[in-house]
Ligand binder design. Structure first.
Ligand SMILES: [Mg+2]
Length: 118
């Protein structure tokens, strides 16, 4: 059980066994995904930068669970829309390679929002 397809199949079975398919519309999946991102966000709220890099064991466990919720809903949403999520992510990486050419950052470590195409 190590691929996004396996994860999607497992979650789809979970949904079917509970007769929740009618609720898993793209709109509802986006809303669930956003809610889970909010739950993840809440775990980081008010942490210092150092605390966010080194959470205690309980916090780290909770972060992993919320990240899993986000991943599950994202994978299901992609499946519902017929989007190959890994291919889409690679295409986006290709686009970012072109948008932020590495040569432009060799002399000055600009953050993305500071970079203007020249
Ligand atoms: Mg959650």
């Amino acid at each position: 059980m190590d691929s996004l397809n396996d994860l999607n199949d497992r979650h789809r079975r979970f949904v079917e066994e509970r007769h929740w398919q009618k609720h898993q519309t793209p709109k509802n999946l986006v809303m669930a995904l956003t809610a889970e991102v909010g739950e993840l966000n809440e775990l980081f709220m008010w942490l210092t930068p150092d605390e966010s890099r080194s959470p205690d064991a309980a916090h780290r466990q909770a972060m992993g669970e919320e990240m899993a919720d986000v991943l599950i809903y994202l994978v299901r949403l992609a499946d519902e829309l017929g989007i190959d999520l890994v291919a889409a992510a690679h295409a986006k990486c290709d686009k970012n390679d072109g948008k932020y050419p590495k040569e432009a950052f060799q002399d000055e470590p600009l953050r993305p929002h500071e970079y203007k195409e020249r």
